[in-house]
Design a protein around this ligand. Structure first.
Ligand code: MN
Ligand code: MN
Length: 312
């Protein structure tokens, strides 16, 4: 039987390895929210515009085109939290429950929402069919940005179950092969970091590039990444490879501008999982919306408890 590495199935308090996993999981959640809040300030700006206004953008000051409060997050984090709630309420990743959760999230008037997300949630209201039809145009980053709760909920599961769960959540809004490949790679990378195996995470990127050459990212520096998931991951993979530290990775990726809240969110969850809680700058933790911070911490732990129970 497959057991998550480093996870104590009895759930008894803090053996060293358990505590390491717990801290990596929380750091991934906080990294997602911090990257989102940091990047949102410069979303849709070019690197030149950012340089002109901030020199280097490194503080969580809010503002941006959404006129955010300092530390306020956007759809990248709030959709992830909605997905995590649905997983916890259902005990599994379920397409219909996910569609309902995203619909409730959309009705609550989020500060931002992607076009593909809106369009496919509106068709879901009409059809009742939680899986959006396949579309070669729906290769946006909207499904990839919210994989974190699923990665936690499926930690240690058989690979085919992980793929099925990933597609169930992704296809509610993005039924597209490039998006699927991105989601599955990000989940596999998160699992590798949770298991303290960064070399495996690198191999997952190499496999993605092998299977989908669009994802090759070793040539030109990706600036101004768009919402096209391939573009988004170019910027994220480059920043992740260039900086081993959490802070350096996030500052690099958001200063590339473009879809900076989403590159920040994805780089933040990966770099957080890779580096652990100690690596997150206290000034960013302090600046993050306190309610979001506590939701992230609570949800990370709740999902881990679920994983531990399943393997007990
Ligand atoms: Mn956003
Ligand atoms: Mn965005």
């Amino acid at each position: 039987m497959l057991r998550p590495r480093n996870l104590n199935p009895t759930g008894s308090p803090a053996q060293g390895a358990d505590d390491t996993l717990r801290r990596r999981a929380i750091a991934a959640y906080l990294g997602l929210a911090i990257g989102d809040a940091l990047g949102a300030t410069v979303e849709f700006m070019t690197p030149n515009e950012i340089r002109h206004k901030f020199g280097e953008h490194r503080e969580m000051v809010g503002g941006g085109w959404l006129k955010l409060k300092p530390g306020q997050v956007t759809d990248d984090t709030s959709m992830s939290l909605a997905l995590g709630e649905a997983i916890l309420a259902n005990g599994r990743v379920d397409a219909l429950a996910t569609a309902r959760a995203f619909d409730a999230w959309m009705r609550a008037k989020p500060v931002d929402i992607g076009n593909t997300v809106r369009r496919n949630l509106i068709s879901w209201r009409r059809s009742g069919e939680p899986e959006a039809p396949p579309s070669e145009h729906d290769a946006g980053n909207g499904a990839a940005m919210r994989v974190l709760p699923l990665a936690l909920a499926t930690y240690g599961h058989p690979p085919e179950d992980i793929v099925a769960a990933s597609r169930a959540q992704a296809h509610v809004t993005h039924n597209n092969e490039l998006s699927d490949a991105a989601c599955e790679t990000l989940v596999a990378m998160l699992h590798a970091y949770f298991a303290d195996d960064p070399a495996a995470a690198k191999r997952h990127i190499a496999t993605l590039v092998e299977n989908r050459p669009q994802y090759a990212h070793d040539r030109k520096r990706c600036e101004n990444p768009s919402g096209y998931v391939v573009d988004t991951l170019h910027a994220v993979f480059q920043a992740l490879a260039a900086h081993n530290d959490f802070e350096g990775c996030l500052i690099d990726v958001v200063n590339r501008g473009g879809d900076a809240d989403t590159t920040g969110a994805i780089a933040g969850m990966l770099a957080g999982a890779r580096a652990g809680l100690e690596a997150i700058p206290p000034r960013w933790l302090k600046a993050l919306d306190p309610q979001v911070r506590s939701q992230c911490e609570t949800q990370a732990v709740a999902l881990l408890v679920r994983v531990a129970r399943r393997h007990a």
